[in-house]
Design a protein around this ligand. Sequence first.
Ligand code: NDP
Length: 433
Amino acid sequence: LRRNPGETEFHQAVREVLETLGPVLVKYPELADQKIIQRICEPERQIIFRVPWQDDRGQIQINRAFRVEFNSALGPFKGGMRFHPSVYLGIIKFLGFEQIFKNALTGLPIGGGKGGSDFDPKGKSDSEIMRFCQSLMTELYRHIGEHTDVPAGDIGVGQREIGYLFGQYKRITNRYESGVFTGKGLSWGGSRARTEATGYGTIFFLEEMLKVRGESIEGKTCIVSGSGNVAIYAIEKAMAMGARVIACSDSNGVVVDQDGIDLDLLKQIKEIERRRLTSYVQEKTSATYLEDGCIWNIPCQVALPCATQNELTAKDAQCLIKNGCIAVAEGANMPTTPEGIRVLLEAGIPFGPGKAANAGGVATSALEMQQNASRDSWSFEHTEQRLQQIMVNIHRHCYETSEEFDAQGNYVVGANIAGFLKVGQAMAALGLV
Ligand code: NDP
């Protein structure tokens, strides 16, 4: 705490992992001797820089950007860039720390990192977004590379932003280095199924959790927080597997549609027109909009937090349980507070933590890197099959690890320990570096 003052979310993420690692150090004392825990909590490198840019009125704007290169024991640093006004070092460090374990769980050769800026993309024109991205990359380019650090998208960073960032990297370096970024468009080195991967992967993980209990997502009533990339594709896959999704949200309110969310309309509003969720109820008047509403008050059997950190509290968890919820899987990073997780686990609700349940996005990014390295392009079906197999493997690995450490079915314990062992043992093997 003294070393990293004020970094609340980072403290929370570290505490959640460390609380589960006691039995690992008893079983593998060499990891304690090697001070792996102390080393893993300290980023290998952190870069903080100024991003000056000019808005459409000709005014000069200044933002701050970050890239935290956390751990490269398993491969190049890998993790998204987030553009949101709430971004500061503590958020990027929490995300980077989680990313280390998540990336280890995928079984693919990727280290952990994260970046972003306090830039707010809401209400900005395309040219403003482009000028900002170009200015950011004019500094970031010297720190990244396909063998060094491979950024991707996150909140506020989709294919448009990745295009501008990648374009500027290409211009400055004079290299068409496809593998330096993932989440690219299909005609310029992207992978099929990457856009869908995080949301789809969360549903594949959820289905495995339900299978253990003799249940399935088919016929279940679900609610999904958020209405961005992860939320939209979690809704799509849940519906394809027979679920009824009746609510989604954004930072201003909640849409409830008892007919089931109209996915085409949602995509039209969010992906094409880039409008707010209030437009949904203007187009579909039978749906309701709850301004500043709490999505977790809506009765459901499955809850999927897919928006942002700490959006599901202990009170929300109690409300979900009271209304008959039987499973929670996190599409977002750390959306459930520590108290919320405790309430769910104590009630015996299967709970899929983000670092396992949303690992499908980064796993498919690693598949994008494979395609870039071999100058190949796989079909949607092939990529989706690989994603599904990876999610099944992550679930099995977490479940078996939870059993091995006397916490059967506790995926928080399973994911933390399985991820930590993989990275910790690699760090020990690489010596004191
Ligand atoms: P998007 O920017 O596409 O969507 C984010 C959604 O969350 C929007 O609906 C947004 O609403 C809402 N949201 C963001 N911040 C807040 C907030 N402070 N309070 C309430 N709602 C908020 O991002 P993604 O879908 O890509 O990311 C969502 C989550 O998933 C994040 O936690 C991210 O780290 C995680 N994730 C994403 C991956 C990916 O592949 N994209 C991979 C793994 C994890 P509004 O428009 O009103 O801001």
